[in-house]
Design a protein around this ligand. Structure first.
Ligand SMILES: [Zn+2]
Length: 106
């Protein structure tokens, strides 16, 4: 009797959970919620008051939701979580978001 000990192949390029990415990696999760392009937004941290571009925030993907953290103090400034009820947008950690004026279409 032959025993088959073949193990499932490990896919190459698997995403490592827990890795810290920048805000651009989280832009897709916010793009469906915000009318503006998330990467054009400037966010002020509600904890330390630092103002930083969306793309400069630290992004944590792969958890229960997408978390954005302040680069200065690492406080959570925003979180998006998709649930069966809908999409939760938690921005309680930020004090303000600046959506730049979009140029008028000609
Ligand atoms: Zn901060």
């Amino acid at each position: 009797m032959t025993s088959d000990l073949s193990t499932p192949a490990v896919p190459d390029g698997g995403t490592e959970s827990g890795g810290v990415l920048d805000g651009n990696a989280a832009a897709g999760d916010f793009a469906g919620i915000l009318a503006a392009d998330p990467t054009t937004v400037t966010v002020r941290c509600g904890s330390c008051g630092a103002t930083q571009a969306f793309g400069q925030l630290q992004a944590y993907l792969g958890g229960p939701g997408t978390v954005l953290r302040c680069r200065e103090c690492e406080a959570m400034v925003a979180r998006v979580a998709r649930t069966p009820q809908g999409t939760w947008l938690d921005i309680s950690g930020s004090s303000s978001w600046l959506f730049p004026r979009t140029p008028d279409p000609v």
